[in-house]
Write a protein that binds this ligand. Sequence first.
Ligand SMILES: [Zn+2]
Ligand SMILES: [Zn+2]
Ligand SMILES: [Zn+2]
Ligand SMILES: [Zn+2]
Ligand SMILES: [Zn+2]
Length: 636
Amino acid sequence: MSTGAMRRAQLVTPFGVGAMSVLVNGTSVITAGLDHWYEPDDASSLALEEYQEHDWRLEARLRVSEFRLPPDYRYQGQGNDNRNVKLTVPVLRFPRWCFCMFCKRLELSTLTMQQAVVCKDKKHAHWKYKPRMSQVPFVAVCADGHLDDFPFDKWVHRAHRPSCNGTLRLKSLGGGGLEGQRVVCDGCQKERTLRGITEARFVNGEEHTNLSDQLSSPGDPYLCTGARPWLAELDGACGQPMRGALRAAGNVYFPKVESSIYLPREEGAVSAEMHDLMRHPAVSTTMRTLHSIFGSGLDVEMLRAQLLKNVPPELFGPMSDEELIAGYRDLLGVGEDEPESGEDSDTELLTGDDEWRYPEFQHIRETPKDDHLTATNPGIHPDLDRHLERVRSVDVLRETRALRGFTRVRDDVLKLSAGKALLRREPLPPVQDWLPAYVVKGEGIYFELDPARLAAWETRAEVQARAHKITDHYGQVTSQRGLQNRALTPRFVLLHTLGHLLINELVFACGYSSASLRERLYVSTTAGREMAGLLVYTAAGDSEGTMGGLVRMARPDNLRSVFASAISDARWCSTDPVCMDAGEKGQGPDSCNLAACHGCALLPETSCEEFNRFLDRGLVVGTFADPALGYFSTFA
Ligand SMILES: [Zn+2]
Ligand SMILES: [Zn+2]
Ligand SMILES: [Zn+2]
Ligand SMILES: [Zn+2]
Ligand SMILES: [Zn+2]
């Protein structure tokens, strides 16, 4: 089956490997693992180089040798060019349980079934056209990322291996809740509602779910069997409690996406022509082979000779020694300092964002000039220069977003190898490994807060107390769910909220769709890595950014008016005084926002790095009770 016209970027996220989606014909499917991506019917038509992408820092961080764009579906070739025609990302039918709208019969279909499932119940024996069955909205998930069909047969019979195999029906007693859904067995007349199947709680730090404990009895819990239907594997090793979920529920899939702004190893060294040349697989393969033999000691004559031998000469225009060697270094990361792999080898946990982002911060705040990263200094308007330290118009940037795994049940930490193990059946060695990704060429506005003003502001007791409320609220959530806690600093909440306010203003002033702009926070108070910067950039998945529109807004007059409108709007929310008052006890997702709601400071999910949490207008412009609280309180 094919995904049809799903947008390519969506096949990285939100509909990447292991995610469920609904096709235009109504079939619910799950995006299949990476093992069988890029397998056209006619293997000779595959031209993988069209999809290969590189970002040396992200490759090192995720221990892969390349990234691959999801294929775009083309029905036919252009002229004689039949490369990659009809290439699709494989999907499987899931959930397997189907039911009949007319007789309510439940039937277990298969993952690979292509035709619609029709009801074979004898109630329709005389119907000319048998009714088509629909898939049930229920699934079962475990916290280790597994996903299974809801065990209707076991649930109604209260047994792990029911001896009765009577026909099951899913009847609705009316009412919207799960208690109104009843599973009935024609064979033994047993019946049971679905009440409570999604519920769970922690008892002494151990998770208990109703589905596991009450399917038969708490002493004999029904546990996960490790099903990974997206890999076509219905059995595996697990033993975690299982919980029921609606397949469209928010806790069924949390993609882990790592994003990187491309940083040149050596600024400007790799020309556009060299970047193009390196997209040819013969070039990268030759370079990798040479690297495995000679490493950084490779002589440029040898490189040139081998490339001429392996690459069609028409591709190989005039290229200086410096360009060739720079391309080689850029691809393989030779010379200079090797990138930190970004992992602790014991735990394989990725380093914190501040450590990973610090080199980006160091580059963007200067005025880099490279084919893939260019920033210039537009100057700062006098009205803003007490608050801002520097502004950059980022004329060119290149972002890679790669899917490295996912979690279910909660948005938890995920080890690198555990994430990869969920994406494919057969692990690949790092030299062959790849992850699905998409690449956006865009532009942005970058600015930093004034360090002296920031230092004076963030040491104020009332400022710290305000941010501490958010840390506290978040702490309650993390301890309940067994997640890692984190300290939300005043500068973090300030820059984050400011980012939202500015994006809303840019949307209003320039007519961007809000989903096309994204925030990127460069915030840290760690010694030696202090950052207080924010990048707002274009993030349109398949397009080429906005071609200069955003960069124009970085000019002093324009930026001043964007700031002025954003700050002035932030002083009053359409739901005030309710929104500002809510700041006392918190509101929004997990009560992790203070004065911030849909009326003032929230963004589309795709624009925000923090799921619209950790926001507060109070720290930006002050509160009704303490108008001087905000960093921008005195900005007119
Ligand atoms: Zn039927
Ligand atoms: Zn029965
Ligand atoms: Zn499991
Ligand atoms: Zn509000
Ligand atoms: Zn955000």
